[in-house]
Design a protein around this ligand. Structure first.
Ligand SMILES: [Zn+2]
Ligand SMILES: [Zn+2]
Length: 143
């Protein structure tokens, strides 16, 4: 059985994590409603009607959320997505659709299991390992 259709139903009921600052809550709310990764200025745009006008406010909130492990920055897209996981994790794996720009975070235990020993063997203090897998999502591939 490789059928996995049940898994795309659970992300709609995301509960906002505890311990967020006021602006972090606002940014989190924007990202949870988004269907694709958002750039900082797009987040700022959506928060203008709530009285947030300073880009620095958004950048600080994004930094805070990233530090707490609630969001990831997609370097290739220069945009942000919510994290699917319970807490901060070092190895992050994403499927990025070239056509519609949707991003899906994967839980690939093997990636972490293979990367961590190699990094340790090099005596390197790893902060983040991010793998962006480019291609087409199931909708775009079928189109
Ligand atoms: Zn994550
Ligand atoms: Zn797509």
């Amino acid at each position: 059985m490789t059928d996995n259709h049940g898994s795309d139903c659970h992300h709609k009921e995301r509960k906002r994590p505890a311990g967020l600052a006021k602006n972090e809550k606002l940014v989190w709310d924007v990202l949870v409603a988004a269907t694709e990764p958002l750039k900082a200025y797009e987040i700022l745009d959506k928060l203008k009607e709530l009285g947030v006008r300073a880009p620095m406010t958004v950048y600080r909130a994004l930094d805070g959320l990233e530090e707490k492990g609630h969001i990831h920055k997609m370097d290739g897209l220069n945009a942000f997505v919510l994290c699917n996981h319970e807490g901060p994790h070092v190895v992050q794996t994403f499927l990025v659709c070239d056509k519609c720009s949707t991003v899906q975070e994967l839980d690939v235990v093997a990636v972490e299991a293979d990367i961590a020993p190699a990094v340790n063997a090099a005596s390197f203090d790893m902060h983040t390992a991010r793998l962006e897998i480019k291609g087409n999502c199931i909708t775009c591939a079928a189109a």
